[in-house]
Design a protein around this ligand. Structure first.
Ligand SMILES: Cc1cc2nc3c(=O)[nH]c(=O)nc-3n(C[C@H](O)[C@H](O)[C@H](O)COP(=O)(O)OP(=O)(O)OC[C@H]3O[C@@H](n4cnc5c(N)ncnc54)[C@H](O)[C@@H]3O)c2cc1C
Length: 586
């Protein structure tokens, strides 16, 4: 197969806030440098025309961006100091901050807001819109943006130096054969490739494994945020109001909490985070969110409203100790791909932007020195250490690990950390995180015999307040050409109907928030209830034949399956370019 090769100078993989900020900052540094040389204000040689490309798997910049979001403007203000005057799409300045503890039926307002959740001076944004706006700024600055171009593989030389990225082929049918519209992917060659794929990046994961970039670091841990936008009939929840909740419906061993942000035009942004290190294999993060909405305090808020959008995405929650080495020959890792998010504050936009800018400064120096080696690019980590990112992350470095001891000790740890700058008196900071899927416990013999937990027994999907996954997915506007190979690779499907059914009751059916995974009885299309009712076995012949069906066209690219599968046999790879959700306004 003949592939086209395109010579770029710098390729950014993923058009999220981290990479767009990096591309924009780099293009400006180069333009300023060349202008200074041209005018004689500086000595040295001009860099000439530097080709910068950003590739994005979504159909447009922002299409796959899902966030909360309350944005700390620190990063954006450094990138574009007059961002307000330039028309950055901001929903509202934060005007009110509330924090509630939810019992089964009551909402108890905390007299003080936990300091990490003080949002005074911040902005509620739709990150989808803000990212699209940053994309426009990049194009104005001469950056080449290629939507519908998924990075499918990294290109290496014989000494593992990254040479660029190969984009995905187009027009392959579900049997893996070329269709009439077949177009092979392109090899984009670059002096430096920047991975800003967001959480659990598919290329980042492979690179980290291949080069051992996580050696000596703690494993990354994750949460899953499930979210809806609602149109309210009146002004009961004003734009600029921020509420966070703890408690119902999570049990005390499951890390979780809710958010409610008021946007413009009576739109309410509501979501729930579930830690992807839960113990009970019968937990379903989408059902946790639906249950959250049935709490009287929330149900009252949503009464008479209409759900208009849905989405879900994982969050990297491991903090500073779980960040991999972020450089190697010809490559840098930025934003959520490197784990820059501060889980205690549920904020990563500001640090993603800053990490992109620091990567740009590192690359600019490398271009001047014509040196793209690991030795040169490692100054990226030094820059991160000297920036405001590091003290912020250091202070909360053991935040998530504390929740391994349950909600209350986790909260106590969070408080101590805040007071001690992250040390927590040596109690919790000796903790080491384990990969989240390892926390999942096996079904008890009782549950294996079909006596599943009552966790969601009362949950009904009335399609007014609560929605099943398929209805929700419709509101994520997901589209994938069905005549293509599934982009969810299950490496050993034999495990699904045997060990996984017996040991965990096929938890993929529950942890996926988009109904991608279904255990069906041979050939038929039987949905399994959300409690996952594992098969009763009274002798080998009595067991109905079950097999895994992958409804990959539902996939919202949240990456949960790649993270949470207890056998780690699900591998998420990029589908054909342009496929996936369309998160307008999210
Ligand atoms: C539910 C939720 C709530 C959040 N709430 C907040 C909040 O209130 N405040 C806050 O500050 N932060 C919040 N965050 C975190 C914030 O959204 C992230 O920290 C931030 O978006 C990270 O930016 P990024 O550029 O690293 O990655 P992303 O924003 O994830 O962007 C990555 C981009 O890369 C693309 N991509 C991925 N792989 C490839 C590939 N192989 N080829 C081509 N393109 C690819 C993706 O499609 C995407 O467009 C929240 C996150 C979630 C999930």
């Amino acid at each position: 197969m003949e592939r086209e090769s395109l010579e770029m100078d710098v390729v950014f993989v993923g058009a999220g806030p981290a990479n767009l900020s990096g591309a924009l900052h780099l293009s400006r540094l180069i333009a300023e440098h060349n202008a200074a040389i041209g005018s004689g204000a500086a000595q040295g040689k001009s860099l000439g025309e530097v080709q910068i490309a950003v590739i994005e798997k979504g159909a447009a910049v922002g299409a796959h961006i899902l966030s909360g979001a309350v944005m700390d403007p620190r990063g954006l203000a450094e990138l574009i100091p007059d961002f307000k005057e330039q028309g950055a799409p901001l929903e509202s300045e934060v005007k009110e901050d509330f924090f509630y503890y939810l019992t089964q039926s009551r909402a108890v307002r905390s007299p003080i807001n936990p300091p990490p959740l003080n949002n005074h001076g911040y902005y509620i944004v739709s990150l989808n819109r803000l990212t699209a706006w940053l994309g426009e700024k990049c194009e104005e600055a001469g950056v080449n943006i290629f939507p519908e171009f998924p990075g499918a593989d990294l290109l290496y030389d014989e000494s593992d130096r990254v040479l660029g990225v190969r984009t995905g082929d187009k027009g392959i049918d579900k049997e893996g054969k070329p269709k009439p519209n077949f177009e092979p992917g392109v090899d984009l060659l670059a002096k430096v490739t920047v991975l800003g794929e967001g959480v659990r990046g598919s290329l980042t994961k492979k690179l980290i494994r291949r080069l051992g970039l996580d050696e000596g670091r703690e494993p990354q841990v994750y949460s899953l945020g499930v979210k809806e936008l609602w149109e309210l009939p009146d002004d009961r929840y004003p734009a600029g109001r921020v509420t966070h909740t703890l408690g119902f419906p999570s049990d005390q061993w499951t890390y979780g909490g809710g958010w409610i942000y008021g946007m413009q035009n009576r739109v309410l942004n509501i979501g729930y985070v579930t830690g992807l290190d839960y113990r009970d294999p019968l937990i379903d993060p989408h059902a946790e969110f639906q249950k959250f909405k049935t709490h009287p305090f929330i149900a009252k808020l949503l009464a008479g409203g209409k759900m208009i959008r849905y989405g879900a995405k994982a969050i990297a929650a491991g903090g500073m100790n779980a960040m991999p080495r972020m450089y190697s020959d010809g490559v840098l890792i930025v934003g959520d791909s490197a784990g820059f998010l501060n889980a205690a504050r549920l904020k990563g936009i500001h640090s993603a932007i800053k990490s992109g800018m620091l990567a740009a400064e590192t690359i600019f120096e490398a271009l001047l020195a014509e040196d793209y080696s690991s030795a040169k690019l490692q100054t990226f980590e030094a820059r991160v250490k000297e920036s405001w990112i590091t003290p912020e992350l250091r202070r909360y470095r053991n935040f998530h690990a504390g929740f391994r001891h349950g909600r209350w000790l986790g909260m106590a740890n969070a408080g101590l950390q805040y007071l001690t700058g992250g040390r927590a008196w040596g109690i919790f900071d000796r903790d080491h995180q384990e990969p989240g899927h390892e926390a999942m416990e096996k079904l008890s013999p009782h549950e294996r015999n079909g006596n599943v937990a009552a966790r969601y027994r009362d949950l009904r999907f009335d399609k007014k307040l609560t929605f099943d996954k398929v209805t929700d997915v419709y509101h994520a506007a997901v589209g994938h050409d069905e005549d293509q190979p599934a982009h969810l690779h299950v490496l050993d499907t034999n495990i699904c109907a045997t060990r996984c059914t017996e040991e965990y009751g096929n938890p993929c059916q529950r942890f996926c928030p988009a109904a991608v995974y279904e255990m069906v009885e041979s050939g038929s299309q039987v949905s399994v209830p959300i409690d996952g009712n594992p098969t009763v076995r009274e002798g080998a012949n009595a067991r109905p034949r079950r097999q895994l069906q992958i409804n990959f066209s539902n996939c919202v690219h949240c990456k949960t399956c790649d993270i949470m599968d207890p056998y780690q046999i699900i591998n998420w790879v990029t589908p054909e370019g342009g496929g996936g959700p369309d998160y307008v306004g999210m």
